[in-house]
Design a binder for this molecule. Sequence first.
Ligand code: ADP
Ligand code: MG
Length: 408
Amino acid sequence: MQTIDALVAAQGDLRGRRVLVRSDLNVPLSDGRITDDGRVRASLPTWQRLLDAGARVVVVAHLGRPKGAPEARYSLAPVVERVRELLPSTTVRSADTTVGGSAQEAADALGDGELLLVENLRFNAGETSKDDAERAAFASELAALVGGPEQGLFVSDGFGVVHRKQASVYDVAQLLPHAGGGLVEAETSVLQRLTTDPARPYAVVLGGAKVSDKLAVIENLLGTADRLLVGGGMVFTFLAAQGHEVGTSLLEADQVETVRGYLATAAERGVEVVLPVDVIAATAFSADAEHEVVAADAIPADRMGLDIGPESSKLFAEKLADTRTVFWNGPMGAFEMAPYAEGTRELAKALAEVTRAGGLTVVGGGDSAAAVRSLGFADSDFGHISTGGGASLEYLEGKTLPGLSVLA
Ligand code: ADP
Ligand code: MG
């Protein structure tokens, strides 16, 4: 992968040159306000590097999951505002289209050392289209923002999307001279340390809600990790695989057999699988629902598990205490609601201890990163907070990520 430094060195001065930068600015919003600006801040160094070299920077990004057409609630306007606050001495321009029209006009008018953030990529059907020609056509329009193949350059820095074969990630890299940005470089170098000879014991903690997405990684992890700790919504598929009642908890019934297989493989390979021994069982998915701590093998049929219980937190902390490498993806509970945030808070504390003891701790996933920040942890409590959940999991699975292979 070519680095920005190599690109800058190869191109010489970037004054007068336009660079298209794909960043991941998919931040969580509540009532139009950004609740965690981690992805914006993580994107700044790459932009700064290019601006310092005199480049005219055109940033493209997505927000949420609009369906290929403009939708006001997915506008990047709140992000533009935040970028202006974070870069007070840079001229930050915006446009109300992604390509063509006002976006193209603004891109053509950029001065050296100025930055333009165009509207949400996913307001355009071509961005995520499964049709190669439709994606390629949109990629050409993106390339036109920076003067096309003759003049434009491309820097891929949206680590959170490198596992997607999308126009702004994959196709545009085939049109323009390109490099991997600083964030993509940093993220991949940390993940590489997890896949090649991690310091042991190496524990992986999985939780969250995207169960079927995440089960796939387990197969590969059973070959590298020493311990697998499971919490969050995923755990109920494991409890069901052990034959326990899980009430109305999140359950992927069609994955129970697969999970049984994982448990058997883990036993064969000597990988320790650690499951919660107690859970917070609530009458509904709501902060003010009645809830209580119950044993993990005794969840009442009319209750749903929304967090791991206090005994489980203690057990998980013990199982992490001597580890030297930890990868954590997915909150232990529905942490957005205070009664179900303790499991995630206690787990974050246990990781912070490992960090202090000199171990490498990596937190991956949009919600996991937002969780540790909203619970008051500092970025320095962890070795690395990854901006990409799905991307980091697929990397750990050993999959080829289209957005990385296209940069090779
Ligand atoms: P990440 O973005 O870190 O990869 P996910 O998107 O997979 O994580 O999952 C995050 C979501 O999982 C959070 O919104 C949280 O409320 C939810 N969650 C965690 N535990 C449970 C549970 N037991 N039941 C339902 N939802 C849960
Ligand atoms: Mg998520």
